[in-house]
Write a protein that binds this ligand. Structure first.
Ligand code: ASP
Length: 330
């Protein structure tokens, strides 16, 4: 009898701890972005705002579903990004911006915070989902960063979906290039926004992941590569600190090593993800760059930091948060 009581007491004592563990491990968290920029209410009709929000919600829900069902952070990131790549409203995959030479040149990266494995591709023209190609590079493990023809050869060898280059082209993006050339404008003048897409996730096992996919900047030349596929600039994940995906004037994000800088501040200076993201984005602003980041840390809800009037974004958590927003003041 005494033994039974002892066992019962021991069990009772372990229950709260076990329950706590379950609660903590189910604490998944997810965020997406569809680009930052001069997104102002006066520039967008109610209908446009509703269309963008609906598109963001679809991608957000797809990633959240993966996490809710116990899937991995990496799978949540690719679930959302493949949807955004197919949506011509965003500058990734179909609907990517045009280069100076009138083609679509795509960049993407993905990083697994568990072991800091990473894969990235730049300058691809025929791979329907560059984020899946980046993931394949990561899984293959021999290299981290592939570009151009070689990346496409690798895609073919690994059974990625190949499409004709025209698949990515839209009339609207073509017009933006024509306007940029005719009026000698900058990419932001014709687009009003950076339309790169990205996602960050923490899964129920506490692993973090980040992914980013983009067509770059309208009128880019000479094989220009932005920050999105550069590990540590536009994309970074480390289970010990945070996962980051960025959008904005890529050259500044590369120079500031934005995504890595944020995670370093969290890891080494024990800053919150919010403080770290805001501090680094302020540095980018001081250098002359603009844009935004989405960040998820080891616990808590995802955070956003931007120094533009808006950023297409959304976040969802295990505790029931599910929201999308466009303007900085939302
Ligand atoms: N950061 C991207 C680049 O510089 C642009 C974007 O965010 O849309 O290529």
């Amino acid at each position: 009898m005494r033994a039974l009581i002892l066992i019962a007491t021991a069990l009772a004592m372990t229950v709260p701890a076990a329950a706590q563990e379950t609660a903590a491990s189910a604490d998944w968290s997810f965020a997406i972005h569809g680009g930052a920029g001069t997104l102002e209410r006066s520039r967008m009709t109610e209908q446009q705002q509703a269309d963008y929000k609906a598109a963001l919600q679809v991608a957000l829900d797809a990633g959240a579903k993966v996490l809710k069902e116990g899937g991995s952070a990496i799978d949540a990131v690719t679930a959302a990004i493949t949807i955004l790549e197919d949506d011509p409203k965003f500058n990734a995959g179909r609907g990517a911006v045009f280069t100076w030479d009138g083609i679509n040149e795509l960049d993407a990266a993905i990083m697994d915070g568990n072991g800091r494995r990473a894969g990235a591709v730049a300058g691809v023209h025929t791979v329907r989902h560059p984020i899946l190609l980046a993931q394949q590079v990561m899984e293959d493990g021999r290299h981290v960063f592939l570009s151009g023809k070689g990346a496409e050869e690798f895609a073919g060898e690994h059974g990625l979906e190949i499409v004709p280059p025209e698949f990515f082209a839209t009339e609207e993006r073509k017009k933006q290039l024509e306007t940029l050339k005719a009026k000698n404008l900058s990419a932001l003048d014709v687009e009003f926004k950076y339309g790169t897409v990205g996602a960050v996730a923490r899964d129920s096992e506490g692993h973090l992941a980040a992914g980013t996919s983009t067509g770059g900047m309208t009128g880019k030349r000479w094989g220009r590569i932005g920050d999105a596929p550069v590990i540590g600039a536009g994309t970074y994940a480390d289970d010990r600190a945070c996962a980051v995906s960025a959008t904005g004037s890529g050259e500044y994000f590369i120079r500031a090593g934005v995504a890595h800088a944020i995670c370093d501040r969290v890891l080494l200076a024990a800053e919150t993800v919010d403080t770290a993201a805001k501090t680094v984005m302020a540095e980018v602003g001081a250098m002359g760059g603009d844009g935004g980041v989405i960040v998820v840390g080891k616990d808590g809800a995802p955070v956003f930091a931007l120094n533009t009037p808006g950023m297409y974004r959304g976040r969802a958590t295990a505790s029931g948060m599910s929201e999308v927003a466009i303007f900085a003041d939302e």
